[in-house]
Write a protein that binds this ligand. Structure first.
Ligand SMILES: [Zn+2]
Length: 349
């Protein structure tokens, strides 16, 4: 089956959009005609990393309709609407990552564990989750990574409760999903920290109750003031050296014999290592944990997030601010790189 597809041929260079012959789905695989795909910030790191094996296929969140299924595919059939994601839908102990999908390209093969910057994809059945046919298909394309990662960090990993204080460093697509979930869970206050006033104002729409521009003020000091000593939870949706240390300092210390300190949650992909004040960690008995893909269990998480969307509590229509065609993928990546995307951008097919 023919499909137009974006290929990273050389790290750091623009992607090539080409027509390929997609292989038929093998045992345990499905072919999905895509409606839309999100454009995740983490892929910029992959594109610019000289160690990324090429040619590679990218994109790891999408919606689509199942066109064909291989043998032994049991949970979806032709015609089903699905979300494509990058965590197994219902992992069991001992599960290993499926083999990457190989697509013939220019005499060789291009590979990707999952790829959604394409009109059609072939995916292991573990990476597709069925959704009802009446769910809008464009904005829900970001459920497979941004929503799973952000909402899951607050809901699954941190398990934020009513009345607890939350600060989120970095309010891009994932950070806004953390803010949204914190609001659903009844956190208060919900503090958004970023470097751009427009992004911070935008964060209020998703439930941020206070905003702090870290380019003008000491964000840690400000958070301590706003929370009476530090937040119960501080999320780092960025993962640079500075924010990885700031989240630790922005959580509250515990009191001897009474309670433990607050919890820092690393959500963004770390760019290098952090220099952490370990005395603050010990003396305040704080916790520093990580959340990969929002500790996601797609098959149980996605219905919850789609319900939040349906109830107006997860504003996906606001979160998706830019739409591109596949041919514009390099423009889309440049806009993301240059910080011109509020929320999340998507490709529509
Ligand atoms: Zn992602």
């Amino acid at each position: 089956m023919k499909s137009r597809i974006a290929v990273l041929e050389t790290p750091g260079q623009p992607l090539v959009v080409d027509e390929v012959d997609l292989p038929d789905p093998k045992e345990g695989q499905v072919r999905v005609k895509l409606f839309a795909s999100g454009i995740c910030h983490s892929q910029l790191h992959q594109i610019h990393n000289p160690a990324t094996p090429v040619p590679t296929l990218l994109g790891h969140e999408a919606t689509g309709v199942v066109e064909a299924v291989g043998q032994a595919v049991t949970h979806v059939k032709e015609g089903d609407h699905v979300i494509v994601t990058w965590l197994p839908r219902a992992a069991k102990p001992g599960d290993t990552s499926p083999q990457p999908i190989e697509v013939p390209w220019r005499g060789g093969v291009a590979r990707g564990p999952v790829f959604t910057w394409a009109e059609r994809t072939v995916a292991p059945q573990e990476y597709v989750v069925k959704i009802p046919r009446d769910v809008p298909t464009a904005v829900t394309s970001i459920v497979g990574c941004a929503v799973m990662t952000g909402c899951g960090a607050a809901y699954n990993t941190a398990q934020v409760r009513q009345g607890e204080s939350v600060v989120v460093f970095g309010v891009g697509g994932v950070g806004l999903c953390i803010v949204s979930a914190a609001a659903v869970l009844g956190a208060s206050p919900i503090i958004a920290v970023d470097l751009a006033d427009e992004k911070l104002e935008f964060a209020r729409r998703f439930g941020a109750t206070v905003v702090v521009n870290a380019s003008r003020t000491d964000a840690v000091e400000e958070v301590r003031k706003l929370t009476g000593g530090g937040a119960d939870y501080a999320f780092d949706a960025i993962g640079v050296q500075e924010t990885m240390a700031q989240v630790l300092q922005a959580t509250r210390p515990g009191s001897f014999g009474l309670n433990s300190g607050g919890t820092s949650v690393l959500v963004g992909v770390p760019q290098g290592n952090a220099d952490l004040p370990m005395r603050d960690l010990l003396i305040g008995e704080r916790k520093y944990i990580a959340s990969l893909g929002g500790s996601g269990r797609p098959e149980t998480d996605f219905p919850r997030y789609l319900a939040w969307y349906d109830e107006g509590r997860l504003k996906l229509d606001d979160l998706v601010t830019r739409r591109y065609r596949l041919e514009q993928i390099n423009d889309a990546l440049r806009d993301l790189q240059e910080g011109r995307i509020a929320g999340r951008s998507i490709i529509e097919y």
